[in-house]
Design a protein around this ligand. Structure first.
Ligand code: NA7
Length: 544
């Protein structure tokens, strides 16, 4: 899919600090937004906290970091030459290669000249008289923009629990989401990893190869499927490239905008015999990756169906992990898939190594961090380094760290005090001309993020062009449309098992965060809805 031809706008009047579009973040969303804005002849600037592009893939450099969407699908599709020329080396791309791709895109489209790196946006205030946003950064920039696009990412603010005594630890500490740029060598070290989500599950097998002792502190066991990662098959790559656009089109019809090569089965688990169930699960387990969850049509809808799949995975864990007590501890008990499933390489096997220990912290959590290590389960574990794999203040964290004020000076923090409320996950009532890329209320984290990002950026770019063509200045969601949308997002979630456990989709991982199911389930219906809104003259938006 190529970006539609844009009609250039007249050059913006005003000083060097006046822009048509101010973009926050230079991850995949911010980079593409900049490219599209330029394509319309708009003056755009990007502020980026890191000193390079890549967003999530810039920050998450922990050992073993890898995408759980297959690499032939996890890339931009707006430029067919780009997708034809780029070559991925593995079935699931490792973080350094994705970062290399982000840098390639920045160079290829000459994006860096409009990106101000190492600069964090601290405030964005709407000036009603001028219908412009005044944006401030931690480096003293003060710029204004007709539009603000929050390309701030869904997993970009780390969750750092305030463990008592945290500051007293004498060794180095690391958060997986803010990993140092230099390689970290754990050779011969005693290491603690706190958390057993995706970041921990990817990094633990690698850390275990170096550490002399590895203590893993687990509050909730997670379901994980083997990645079966391998060098990318050149034949497969050639077949996809021979029909890349058709492949993309098929993926866009999937609930999560990926995985059309192995789509979700339409068969109910209850119409399958025991042998058929086993065969279906085994086929997907052996193929590797997130497709496991699609073995039957009703796994995420019916609790009994889900429990059968969960049991099947628990059996595999018991087969892999030799010590029965450790195996039992590693067996998750929550609904399968209601926390995002993990995709691993040798995670459960790692616990068969004598120097790797699993500590159940369910009863009392982490009691304290001490100068010498971690206190939990009634004892102190002496370690040389601690890795916090404790996740993110997802979807809203970064947005709410910025002092965003819309009409009447109302802050986004107040507007979202009872949880995020958006229309289409693209805009918030009372915040004209401010767009959120993959914001709460859009499919975002339940999809192939790059596909969702492109869909959002295309929509936003189209909206800006439309406003200009109509001679209008502002667009904002009506409160009524927003209320109805929030209701819709919740209603869709409630037809599934997703809200059934304490996941970051619900904000339940961050103490004090309001419990609201944030992403919308189902990419194809969402895209249809976005297109209908446009076809009906931006239905649900007030335009002035
Ligand atoms: P996750 O999936 O949120 O995992 C964080 C882990 O840290 C999880 O096991 C948490 O246990 C644990 N955690 C969080 N807070 C605490 C405290 N206070 N004490 C002990 N343990 C804690 O983050 P990831 O970075 O692994 O993955 C995020 C996404 O990135 C992932 O879904 C993929 O989409 C890619 P809990 O489950 O809350 O009991």
């Amino acid at each position: 899919m190529n970006a539609p031809t844009e009609r250039p706008a007249p050059a913006a009047a005003g000083s060097a600090n006046e822009f048509d579009v101010v973009i926050v973040g230079a991850g995949f969303a911010g980079m593409y937004m900049l490219h599209r804005a330029r394509g319309q002849g708009l003056r755009a600037v990007v502020f980026e906290a890191g000193d390079g592009v890549g967003g999530t893939w810039y920050w998450n450099r922990y050992p073993g970091a890898r995408c759980d969407v297959e690499s032939m699908e996890y890339s931009y599709q707006f430029d067919d030459t780009l997708q034809q020329q780029w070559h991925w080396s593995e079935r699931f791309a490792p973080q350094p290669e994705i970062l290399k791709y982000a840098n390639h895109v920045a160079d290829r489209y000459d994006l860096r000249r409009d990106i101000r790196f190492s600069t964090r946006v601290t405030a964005a205030h709407f000036d009603e008289a001028g219908a412009r946003w005044n944006v401030t950064t931690d480096r003293g920039d003060q710029v204004s923009g007709r539009f603000v696009v929050m390309a701030t990412g869904c997993l970009s603010s780390t969750n750092k629990p305030a463990f008592p005594g945290l500051e007293t630890f004498t060794g180095p500490t690391y958060h997986t989401g803010e990993w140092p740029h230099e390689p970290v060598d754990f050779s011969g070290k005693r290491v603690a990893v706190i958390g057993t989500g995706s970041s921990a599950i990817q990094s633990i097998p690698i850390i275990a190869k170096q550490a002399s002792e590895l203590w893993v502190f687990q509050r909730t066991a997670n379901y994980s499927v083997p990645a079966r990662n391998a060098p990318l098959d050149p034949g497969y790559e050639a077949r996809i490239k021979a029909e890349y656009q058709a492949f993309r089109a098929r993926n866009s019809q999937m609930m999560g905008a990926f995985g059309s090569a192995f789509p979700r089965s339409e068969v109910s688990i209850f119409s399958a015999s025991d042998e058929e169930r086993d065969r279906a699960f085994a086929e997907r387990w052996n193929r590797g990756g997130l497709g496991f969850q699609g073995a039957f049509a009703d796994l995420m809808i019916n609790p009994n169906a889900n429990e059968i799949a969960a049991d099947w995975v628990r059996e595999r864990i018991r087969e892999i992990v030799k010590d029965p007590a450790t195996a039992e501890l590693l067996c998750p008990t929550q609904v399968l898939g209601c926390k995002r499933m993990c995709v691993d390489t040798g995670y459960f096997e790692t616990f068969n190594q004598p120097h790797v220990h699993l500590i159940d912290i369910r009863p009392g959590g982490i009691e304290a961090i001490t100068p010498r290590g971690v206190k939990a389960a009634g004892r102190e574990f002496e370690v040389d380094a601690i890795v916090f794999a404790t996740g993110f203040d997802a979807m809203t964290g970064t947005l709410l760290r910025i002092d965003v004020r819309g009409r009447d000076g109302v802050s986004l923090r107040d507007a979202w005090a009872a949880g995020p409320r958006t229309y289409l996950g693209l805009n918030v009532a009372g915040f004209p001309n401010l767009f959120t890329v993959s914001g709460p209320g859009s499919p975002s984290v339940l999809t192939n993020m790059i596909v969702s990002i492109e869909q959002h950026v295309n929509w936003i770019a189209g909206c800006m062009a439309w406003l200009r063509a109509q001679g209008r200045r502002t667009i904002e969601a009506t409160p009524q449309a927003q209320e109805a949308w929030v209701g819709h997002v919740n209603a869709v979630a409630d037809t599934t098992l997703y809200p059934h456990c304490n996941s970051w989709y619900l904000g339940a991982n961050v103490p004090g965060k309001t419990r609201v199911f944030m992403p919308l389930i189902g990419f194809p219906d969402y895209v249809k809805r976005c297109d209908e809104v446009v076809a009906r003259g931006y239905e649900g938006f007030a335009v002035a």
